[in-house]
Design a protein around this ligand. Structure first.
Ligand SMILES: Nc1ncnc2c1ncn2[C@@H]1O[C@H](COP(=O)(O)OP(=O)(O)OP(=O)(O)O)[C@@H](O)[C@H]1O
Length: 303
């Protein structure tokens, strides 16, 4: 969790105190916008009236929701309903797609990210991303982890000092920390100079998570991070996600509803047409959904 962004954090605090409590707000009002007055923790991500188009095709329609910090939020829904598109809005990865047009607002810690003055490199450090297919660089395990901090000049610019205080070590300390956080250290500590492509798929995915953690993000976006992995590797990733949520805000796209039920605190259900149909505590979504369409989806009647 980045601790240097004092401005951001105070913005968050201001924002949190200005959110009305459930008293005085009807359920209908809060549900209208899927902004959450019941989750108690502070809001990490706030989207408002978010629309995304690819050319003339609308992929997301009027998405407003608040994502609480230091928790796991699952995005589920049938293929093509806009889950990945939504995820990519949160670190402006859609900017890289020529035909994509994003309208509306996304704020991180109260700070709008769709302004011309947003530093995209800084944004993507704050909001890391892990993809479906593990994609380590064809370099050593160590270089995979140290690449980001080196590229961004963080090692020299004080990331180590921030993470380790006066005992700031060196690159080794940063690499070890990230690999430990990604639950990979014990498996690779004696082969840090080996090529990362020699690791198993599950290890490669944890290495990609370590690479993301090494630049000290606040938010980790995961797009089906376990769908290419076997059940044992999947279980390790799921355990890791639970641990990460103690310190980071995790938003995960998954097709696996049992996985969403197991690992997430909140679940957002998108349905065809890029519509957010329901967003609630995960237990509510799976045990007591409000919408018939959501019930039909999670009971496998379509999708
Ligand atoms: N780069 C792109 N260019 C054009 N259209 C796109 C692009 N990416 C996504 N789309 C379209 O936007 C819609 C939403 O796609 P998206 O990948 O966000 O859905 P999804 O719910 O993540 O799907 P899946 O579960 O199959 O990964 C789909 O109709 C898709 O064809």
């Amino acid at each position: 969790m980045a601790t240097s962004q004092t401005t951001t954090e105070s913005a968050v605090e201001n924002q949190t105190t200005s959110i009305p409590t459930s008293a005085g707000e009807s359920d209908e009002q809060s549900r209208d916008e899927w902004t959450d007055y019941r989750f108690t923790s502070r809001t990490a991500i706030e989207t408002e009236n978010l629309d995304v188009f690819y050319g003339d095709e609308q992929a997301l329609s009027d998405i407003s929701l608040d994502i609480p910090a230091e928790s796991v939020t699952a995005l589920i829904g049938p293929s093509g309903c806009g889950k990945s598109t939504f995820l990519r809005c949160l670190n402006r990865m859609n900017d890289r797609i020529k035909s994509a047009r994003v309208e509306g607002s996304v704020a991180l810690g109260g700070q709008e990210i769709y302004g011309d003055d947003t530093d995209l490199v800084e944004l993507r450090k704050r909001v890391g991303m892990v993809f479906q297919q593990p994609n380590p660089f064809p370099k050593s395990i160590r270089e995979n982890v140290s690449y980001g901090p080196r590229k961004h000049g963080n090692i020299e610019a004080g990331l180590l000092a921030r993470l380790f205080g006066n005992d700031a070590g060196d690159e080794d300390a940063l690499v070890e920390r990230a690999l430990r956080q990604a639950a990979l250290w014990e498996e690779v500590d004696n082969r840090l100079e080996d090529n990362a492509l020699g690791l198993s798929g599950g290890q490669q995915q944890r290495l990609c998570i370590a690479r993301c953690l090494a630049v000290d993000p606040e938010i980790i976006l995961m797009d089906e991070p376990a769908s290419a992995l076997d059940p044992i590797a999947t279980a390790k990733i799921e355990d890791l996600i639970a641990d990460l949520a103690e310190e980071y805000t995790v938003v995960i796209v998954t097709h696996n509803m049992q996985q969403a039920a197991r690992i997430s605190d909140q679940t957002a259900v998108f349905l065809t047409g890029g519509e957010l149909v329901e967003y609630d505590d995960t237990n509510e979504i799976f045990e007591n959904p409000e919408s018939q369409r959501v019930e039909d989806y999670i009971t496998g009647k379509f999708g």
